[in-house]
Design a binder for this molecule. Structure first.
Ligand code: FMN
Length: 370
């Protein structure tokens, strides 16, 4: 369904890397819900991996159910990037993604992330060195360019194609834009046109199956990658596949299904990170599920204080009781509490797009300015 170099994937939908969030438990939840095949880790510093830094090793923690997996590397020293990638290949990782879009100072000042967009010769040498050494496919993730006056992604894409990259992921915003404004579908289309022989995956603000379908149709992209939308809606991949195969848009999952998946996510966090750390880390995950619960203030307040499984169970039980005030006898939210459907920024009329985009908050992270 999606050929990425030598790797045949069963889905052309991808989980975007979200530093601080796309850890093993989240990837497993997404895979269990279905519709996705290749998932990507948070970005990992190539040098830290070579030095076997414990934090870097935790970022690449995986298991047999977490396949196929790509690890995203950042760095600007060709030998380090190559050696880190070779280590990952030896561990059974299916693909390596290079971060060329990160606008965070810590990454850019090393010459990695979006700095790579500005130095095409250096980038070519680095990528060629990795392609020559690796058997597994190498991909790159970029933004549209540095700013509106420098929409260099098509040039970078051509350089990467020449260096032997297997696929390109492009977030339809510039480095200067951060997360403001709308995603520029036309900009994504220009990257696709620049490299007709390479699969290009579009990315940015896809929060519904309808929006994913629109991105495919408006840009001609070979795949769509989803980050924040998968938080609200881990079902987005499955529903998008369904929409593409049948033309039918499925209703949002029920509250009971959301709670089932929330619980599963919590269990996996505890399994992978231990009860205390997993609970503390879950504090920033749970409010994303709650965004589609309807009234959830007390839940959001209480869940950010959990440290144990017992805390988690109490918060959830209290919330389920409290929420009954807002539901009918079938457990459905009363009409006045139902949420409006989600709409992606690029599906709106231009004048309301910025306003509507604010409905997709940027999660706080170790990384503040993606
Ligand atoms: C909290 C956060 C962390 C991110 N971490 C990464 C990362 O590690 N590597 C990367 O290439 N992009 C990263 N991104 C960018 C996303 O992969 C994606 O390109 C962007 O969020 C737009 O897609 P979305 O609207 O589907 O989330 C991050 C974004 C956010 C909000």
């Amino acid at each position: 369904m999606f050929q990425m170099g030598t790797l045949a994937l069963r889905s052309n939908l991808f989980l975007s890397p979200l530093a601080g969030y796309t850890n093993l438990p989240f990837r497993l939840v997404i895979r269990e819900v279905g519709g996705v095949d290749l998932c990507t880790t948070d970005l990992v510093n190539a040098r830290s991996l070579i030095e076997r830094n414990p934090k870097a090793l935790k970022l690449i923690e995986t298991n047999d159910a977490d396949r196929p997996l790509a690890v995203q590397l950042f760095g600007a020293v060709p030998e380090e990037m190559r050696d880190a990638a070779l280590q990952l290949e030896a561990l059974g990782i299916s693909a390596i993604d290079i971060n060329m879009g990160c606008p965070v100072r810590k990454v850019v000042k090393t010459g990695g992330g979006s700095a790579m967009m500005t130095e095409l010769d250096k980038t070519h040498t680095l990528v060629r060195g990795m392609v020559d050494a690796l058997k597994i496919p190498l991909t790159a993730k970029m933004r549209l360019g540095w700013d509106d006056n420098n929409l260099t992604a098509p040039d970078l894409a051509r350089t990467l194609a020449d260096a032997g990259i297997a696929a390109i992921f492009v977030h339809g915003r510039t480095r200067a834009q951060g997360f403001e404004g709308t995603v520029n579908l036309e900009g994504i289309r220009k990257v696709i046109e620049a490299v007709p022989d390479l699969p290009v995956v579009g990315n940015g603000d896809v929060t519904t199956a309808e929006a994913a379908k629109h991105m495919f149709e408006a840009t001609g992209c070979a795949g769509v990658s989803i980050g924040r939308g998968a938080f609200y809606n881990p079902w987005i991949f499955k529903h998008t596949q369904h929409a593409i195969e049948t033309g039918e848009l499925l209703p949002e999952p029920t509250f009971d299904e959301r709670i089932r998946v929330l619980r599963r996510h919590y269990d996996l966090m505890v399994e992978v990170f231990g009860e205390n750390r997993g609970s503390v880390m879950f504090r920033k995950v749970a409010p994303w599920y709650a965004k589609r619960f309807g009234p959830a203030k007390p839940f959001n307040k209480a869940v950010v204080q959990i440290s144990t499984r017992e805390n988690f169970e109490t918060v959830l039980a209290d919330y389920l009781d409290w929420r009954e005030t807002f539901t009918d006898t079938d457990g459905q939210l009363l009409p006045q509490y139902q949420l409006p459907p989600m709409v992606a920024s690029f599906m709106n009329e231009p004048e309301t797009a910025v306003e509507k985009r604010k409905a997709i908050p940027v999660p706080k992270g170790p990384i503040e300015v993606w």
